[in-house]
Design a protein. Sequence first.
Length: 316
Amino acid sequence: MRSHGVVVAVLAVVAGTGFDVSPKWPTRVQVFVANSGSDNVTVYDTRLGEVVATIGVGDYPTGVGAHPSGHRVYVANESSNTVSVIDTRTRSVVATVPVGANPFGVAATPTHAYVTNFGSHDVTVFDTATNAPVKTIPVGRFPHSAVAAPDGSRVYVTNNGSDSVTVIDPTAQAPVQTIPVGVFPSGIAISFDGKRLYVANTGDDTVTVIDTGGNRPTATTKVGNAPLGVSVTPGGRVHVANTGSDTVSILGPTGKLLDTVKVQRMPEGSAAAPDDSFVYITNTGSDTVSILDAESGKPAGSFGAGRQPEGVAVTS
């Protein structure tokens, strides 16, 4: 296996989607899913309850990251060593950025995007205004995923081959600290207040909780088999996609295991809506995306994606 975001009583059901549409959302939310097997991105509109676009990108798209403004989405194309920049309003590719070898994860601050290059053991930084690469930052071995602090003050990168997280200072565009975690750290997420990081360790079936104040691990929680994607809701619930057990582990803010939910085959990506409505889980083995209620964790439906969906990002 390769390891390289109060319901009303009456709901309207949209035919063919398996998804219950409720008026939980204060804004329109779009879900962007990278389909590594079909070289495209599926766009799902939550207000309409349907797929509204399929966007062709580079070869073997994996990770997806959203700009804080919601106006851009960045897709890492692992086999073509590029990042596709998507305008979320026109749902079209507006730029293609060359990066390092085998890019996988993308995180963005208001001014820069950070791309983990799994094959070259570094991070490409490019300007989000011009889409021009400005720096290459060496990190640990086989960097997998990245996440930016909500205030843009730090970027965190999981190093799959070094069992660590690299902390990058965006002002200096340089690493400032390395945090030891579990075995084969893959997915990473940060709480909406920026105080905690959650790292999915694929090799030992755990999640490491890190206090960002001192950048020190505070808890290690056993989850399902081969955890990969992880996301945090605004309410503080952590959703971990366990690709080896076809489940999602739900944790509380401190890392306590609250529940385990069955989903479809080989869940890999995890993304939470910014309005605390739903969580989206990509199922690589069934070409679908499962939708979980962010508060209860209960399944709320699913929709079809392209072949082998992996990364997922939500914008509003």
